[in-house]
Design a protein around this ligand. Structure first.
Ligand code: PMP
Length: 285
């Protein structure tokens, strides 16, 4: 992704894509002091743009640093990135991090905080699984306890086990990996939340130790408006067998049906297809 034409917003300037570089002694690279957002623009407008910018500020706060740009300034920067790159339907990545400076140890209060925003075209996150149903592996790692790490931040450090779990899943021909949490309850995938259907009702894990995705919250709201019961509750892995349909939600993933998790199969049924269709209409409205 480094070698292409285009412009990236970097600390208030539009810079050439290939010149948007950081120093090797950046604190973020050594100690994961980095937070980010994944957003999607549809027809020129970023869906829940402000909520994403607010979450970026929240995540930075969880990592004990402050982004030197307000939410309004981030909103303007994102709009500029889309406009300058001539994009209307795109994925937008904002990233804020502790840079190189006075400190090279764990503490980094004197190092500058940077912000960069890039955007590019990105089709279906799970390729043809979007229509066929994704095949999901079970991750060997567990989502950590909220007493271990700030689990509600969208922070780079939380993705270390996402990358290794996704690599393991792909090596088995799967699209993603499902994490259990530290208690052994069903949690989420490496970049998406999960939902299940049984007897026309929807079940999803409580977001008490992982990212409560904006897409997750949107989908729950839409289901409730349609009088479909949504149970946010503890889900045990041995319940997977009893569910009829399953889907993933995320900004990149949108609503993607799941056909298989480990040895369990799910139908790409009418409810999941309706939810996916409804989300598609909503983001383009
Ligand atoms: N969990 C993880 C680990 C994620 O990376 C994402 C994507 N941001 C999600 C859930 C879904 O969040 P959202 O719907 O806000 O994109």
């Amino acid at each position: 992704y480094d070698d292409r034409d285009g412009k990236i917003w970097f600390d208030g300037q539009m810079v050439d894509w290939r010149a948007a570089n950081v120093h090797v002694l950046s604190h973020a690279m050594h100690y994961a002091s980095s937070v980010f957002e994944g957003e999607r623009a549809y027809n020129g407008k970023i869906f829940l743009s402000r909520e994403h910018s607010e979450r970026l500020h929240f995540s930075a706060g969880e990592l004990d640093f402050e982004i030197p740009y307000t939410v309004d300034e981030i909103e303007a920067a994102k709009a500029q990135v889309l406009q300058v790159n001539g994009l209307t339907d795109a994925y937008v990545r904002a990233v804020a991090w502790r840079g190189a400076g006075e400190d090279m140890g764990v503490a980094s209060a004197r190092n500058p905080v940077h912000l960069a925003i890039a955007a590019w075209e990105w089709g279906n996150y799970y390729g043809d699984a979007k229509t066929k149903g994704a095949k999901i592996d079970i991750a060997k790692w567990k989502r950590p306890s909220p007493e271990t790490i700030p689990v509600h931040a969208k922070a780079a450090g939380l993705y270390m086990i996402c990358t290794t779990s996704k690599h393991a899943a792909e090596a088995k021909g799967c699209s993603d990996a499902l994490f259990m949490d530290w208690r052994g309850y069903v949690a989420e995938c490496t970049g998406a939340n999960i939902f299940f259907v049984k007897d026309g009702e929807v079940h999803t894990p409580m977001a008490d130790c992982f990212l409560n995705g904006l897409t997750r919250q949107t989908v729950i709201g839409r289901l409730k408006e349609k009088q479909i019961k949504v149970h946010e509750r503890v889900i045990m892995p041995n319940e997977l067998e009893s569910f009829e349909q399953c889907w993933l939600t995320g900004t990149a993933a949108e609503v993607t049906p799941v056909g298989q998790i480990g040895d369990y199969n799910f139908e790409v049924g009418s409810l999941v297809l309706d939810v996916a269709d409804d989300y598609e209409k909503l983001v383009r409205a």
